[in-house]
Write a protein that binds this ligand. Sequence first.
Ligand code: FAD
Length: 396
Amino acid sequence: MLDVVVIGAGQAGLSAAYHLRRRGLVPGTDFVVLDSNDGPGGAWRHRWPSLTLGAAHGIHDLPGLALGTPDPTEPASSVVARYYGTYEDTFDLQVRRPVTVREVRDARPEEYDGLADVAEPGPRGTPGVGAPALPDAAEQPPLVVVGDDEVWVTRTIINATGTWTRPYWPHYPGRELFRGRQLHTHDFWSVEEFRGQHVVVVGGGASAVQFLLPLAEVATTTWATRRPPVFGERDFDREWGIDVERRVKERTSAGLPTLSVVEATGLPLTPEYQRGIDDGVLVSRGMFTGITADGVVFPAAGTPGTAGEPAQETEIKADAILWATGFRPAVDHLSPLRLREHGGAIATDGVHVPRDPRVYLAGYGSGASTIGATRSGRAAAVAAARAVGDRTAAPT
Ligand code: FAD
């Protein structure tokens, strides 16, 4: 019987593992960290090579070991993979990989009989937000974490699986008709693949902006966003992280799908982005209403013609549509626990899930940045350690 299973070894999972260890829980004995990747780096491991450390918005230090000042021209994927690898070794976190968690469910009595003194399963159909609190994790039956070919029985889990494995593609009419290439941020590799083409980039977030600028050097582009992009004067600093946390928390505590970080705070108006605006690259055309075999159709701008005839729609021919439309929490493996609210998301109170005291979520909503993931990993570890009986009165 484990005390904690940490699912995911990205920034949130590693921060959680570090803090569990500091609280006296022993890696491999009291807790395990499971990760579906082949090696260290979390989602960063999969990011395209031109996303260098200098081009990223900044990687926050993990607790106890600073990232230092790596070469800003090196791809962030290799910098972060190396950093996380060193981190795992330094603190002997014993990450188990590749292990994909397929489901987490209540343990059946025969799965934990004799393992420890645990309560019999209580009724499910647990209360949601605002309902009376459930018994704490120690009074609940254990959970079973099902991997590819191994299972773990545990009192609690810290779910830190991020969002990278769940790219979000919104539906627009005609998507299946388009004869060009369609890809998501998740699949992007290099602007060279689009040299000489016309690319429609969809989405108002940081990824879209980061694609548009280099694409404009080798291709022509159209930017499509549902809402006008908001550029502000902010840097992606500590204050920004706290601001994100405050704005996103309102939604997550209500079980509503979270806002993306940029929806919550706007884009920072860097000199580079200002140049992009001045050059017309970072200027949105609004959102198209349909997709054809050869491109996308934007609604007519302005008013109908003088004779009352409707204004004309405009078709923009395109070779590729790049959907920079974000990601959703990778939490399908938690479905057996029935944690979702009517709004479709899992309601959280910080890292706590009011529906189930055995489950902590780290790295979502306000935690979806490296600083937020670090902080929520710590909060989840502190809460989980407390739930299973903190081993250290005064952690060092
Ligand atoms: P991840 O890094 O995604 O780690 C989750 C881990 O869980 C992965 O290793 C995954 O393999 C594993 N996993 C998933 N499902 C399972 C499963 N079922 N079983 C086992 N393991 C599983 N933030 C910043 O602060 N600065 C930036 O510059 C920045 N740039 C970004 C650029 C892009 C394009 C994107 C998409 C995001 C960016 N972010 C940035 C956000 C940042 O990457 C994340 O908030 C943070 O790194 C996520 O950490 P995480 O630990 O929550 O998730």
